[in-house]
Design a protein around this ligand. Structure first.
Ligand code: PLP
Length: 405
């Protein structure tokens, strides 16, 4: 085999490493060179997993809970998820057939697409969208149809534009509320409007990614798609997980709740690939869902205070316009006013990738360009960072934008 022949299959050409990881790695390389960078590129809570959850995991190890779990997940965890969906969202799911636990929400999404997509089936994404959605669709032979949800519509899809993106080949519409990177929290009416469009396409399913459910700010109210559109119950998959709500990104627990036939397909895939997520993590996740929720509420308040700090700081600065997020922990700033400006070394900023690159190299603040999420020109800043880091970031950004000609 010649040395320049790739070992990877052709389908791998459709995907790249996650852009937020790439920006983050550049930031880390700069830090390793002694440059003082504030990394606001990654979407990861900076809080510790609550003590009661960690204690449950220690106890699970001591009790010898170290064998494989069933591919759909530990029965006690599925019960806890059913309880949560009922108590928080008013939704009823049978834990023995309508719920499956995965290796994070990401794997649940991947399995749902893999279990259902035929070659050439279409998947509607609402831009700005989570970066892993298009990657999974392309890898699995689906065709992406994008609906641009503009800032002036508060990142909601217009019914007519959603309808224009749908065809008889539409298999999925992917909804994400609260949204990454937009921070938009869809109202019950926003979701009902999506549901009305989808109901006219009998083959179309809705995946509602509700992973940021617990991070919703004053004035906004979270509604599950399942609650807003009960008539689509047999075509809806609710996806959620513990990563963001309980600061458990590394434990890898997510779940899906939906029609038994779909859950069965997703579970078969798990049984032949991952088997299950860690049994110890599942015991911990059960405690996270059923135990004390104080940290969830407190962390939500902390994110809101940080959101306010970042919004206020950016509002006082020219060229970066914050779109106030209603939930999640990202601020999607409009950087349109930076375009066509000249950097101190004579480069013209032509798009948001240039803008994010400039803010990283000159401002020493890592953010992710909107192009990664299918909507330009924006830069996403995560506020899962301390007040001190956010204040430093604001000072750095202000001095960087002031240097543009
Ligand atoms: C919208 C969205 N969905 C899913 C995930 C992945 O969550 P998990 O850690 O449960 O795989 C993320 C993580 O960044 C996300 O932003």
């Amino acid at each position: 085999m010649s040395s320049n022949m790739s070992l990877q299959a052709t389908r791998m050409k459709s995907i790249t490493a996650s852009p937020s990881m790439v920006v983050s790695q550049t930031a880390k390389a700069m830090m390793a060179d002694g440059i003082d960078v504030v990394n606001l590129a990654l979407g990861e809570p900076d809080f510790a997993t609550p003590d009661n959850v960690c204690e449950a995991a220690f106890a699970a190890i001591r009790d010898g809970r170290t064998a494989y779990a069933p591919p759909a997940g530990e029965p006690a965890l599925r019960q806890a998820i059913a309880h949560k969906l009922k108590a928080d969202n008013g939704l009823t799911f049978d834990p023995s057939s309508e719920i499956m636990v995965g290796v994070g929400a990401k794997q649940v999404i991947f399995n749902a697409l893999m279990a259902t997509l035929e070659q050439g089936d279409e998947v509607v994404l609402l831009a700005p969208y989570f970066v892993s959605y298009p990657a999974a669709v392309e890898l699995l032979g689906g065709v992406i149809r994008v609906v641009q949800c503009r800032a002036e519509n508060r990142f909601r899809p217009l019914a007519a534009e959603l309808d224009a993106a749908m065809t008889e080949r539409t298999r999925w519409v992917l909804v994400n509320t609260p949204g990454n990177p937009s921070g938009a929290v869809f109202t019950a009416e926003d979701l009902a409007s999506i549901g009305r469009v989808v109901s006219a396409y009998p083959k179309a399913l809705v995946l509602s990614d509700e992973i940021y459910e617990k991070i919703v700010f004053t004035g906004a109210t979270f509604t599950s798609f399942g609650r807003a559109c009960p008539e689509l119950r047999d075509r809806t998959l609710i996806v959620n997980g513990l990563s963001k709500s309980h600061a458990m990104t590394g434990w890898r627990v997510g779940y899906g709740a939906g029609p038994a036939d779909l859950i069965d397909g997703m579970t078969k895939l798990a049984s032949q690939s991952t088997t299950s997520t860690s049994t110890i993590s599942q015991v911990a996740a059960t405690e996270a869902l059923l135990g004390d929720q104080t940290s969830v509420v407190e962390n939500g308040k902390r994110y809101e205070a940080r959101r306010d700090l970042l919004v206020t700081g950016l509002s006082e600065m020219p060229l970066l316009e914050p779109i106030v997020p209603e939930g999640a922990f990202y601020l999607f700033a409009d950087c349109g006013a930076m375009l066509d400006r000249t950097t101190p070394d004579g480069q013209i900023i032509t798009n948001d990738a240039d803008a994010a690159d400039y803010l990283l190299r000159e401002g020493r603040v890592a953010g992710v360009p909107g192009v990664a999420y299918g909507l330009e020109p924006f830069v996403r800043f995560s506020f899962a960072a301390s007040d001190a880091e956010l204040e430093k970031a604001l000072a750095h950004l202000a001095s960087a934008v002031a240097k543009l000609g």
